[in-house]
Design a protein around this ligand. Structure first.
Ligand code: CA
Length: 225
């Protein structure tokens, strides 16, 4: 999933980015409200981590913009302001969660996963389908006791289809989600088909994968009961 980190403390922003990238997220940073506003307007993020205390912008205005312009994105507020009034205001205006500074990176990660699960109607980090088990926290795929080793991109595509299960996702949505905005310039949809083909091949050594459907001319769909 691709995230935007809106934080004017450059050191903290970099620390969050390094941690989350190590955990497999695609991250983009904005150190001012103006840049954040432009990025939110032009990119399709899954989640925005939003510092309310920015020098050039009221974070609450940015929250309103994120919710209005980028409806698919979840928002977690990161803020030193920890008064109940600020929290309630943020949540009332559409933020999905609120984390007071200082926070631990592990807590940040579990909040991100929890918000993502809630948004997609999953109760836990483990997703099961026809004998396959996908651990969304550890980013691993199993069949029974056997781990099926995936490349980062194969895993990212599989988890994106799980989060959007029973909905058709286009190749463009998949690439935006997995490569962030870097990918648009050299967008080539064949790339995704190759990863899906390899993914199916690895999985079909264990069981049928007809739940992973190709929707002709549009994209892909994971059919879950
Ligand atoms: Ca700040």
């Amino acid at each position: 999933m691709n995230l935007l980190i809106v934080e004017d403390e450059i050191q903290l922003s970099g620390e969050i980015r390094r941690f989350l990238e190590k955990e497999g997220f695609v991250c983009d940073e904005a150190h001012t409200g103006r840049i954040a506003s432009e990025k939110i307007f032009s990119n399709d993020y899954d989640l925005v981590l939003l510092d309310l205390g920015l020098p050039d912008y009221d974070g609450i205005d940015l929250l309103i913009e994120s919710v209005q312009n980028n409806g698919r994105a979840s928002v977690i507020i990161l803020s030193a302001r920890s008064s109940t009034e600020d929290k309630t205001k943020g949540l009332d205006l559409g933020a999905d969660d609120y984390l007071s500074k200082p926070f631990s990176m592990l807590e940040l990660k579990s909040r991100i996963l929890a918000v993502t699960r809630r948004k997609h109607g999953l109760k836990e980090n483990i997703f099961r389908i026809q004998g396959f088990v996908i651990d969304l926290d550890k980013r691993k795929l199993f069949f029974g006791e056997n781990e099926i080793v995936l490349t980062k991109k194969e895993y990212d595509i599989l988890s994106f289809l799980i989060l959007n299960k029973n909905k058709v996702t286009t190749r463009l949505q998949i690439s935006e989600h997995i490569w962030g905005d870097i990918f648009e310039e050299n967008y080539n949809s064949n790339y995704i088909d190759v990863h899906i083909k390899n993914l199916r091949k690895k999985m079909s050594d264990y069981a049928e994968t007809e739940f992973l459907e190709t929707v002709r001319g549009i994209g892909f769909k994971l059919n879950a009961p």
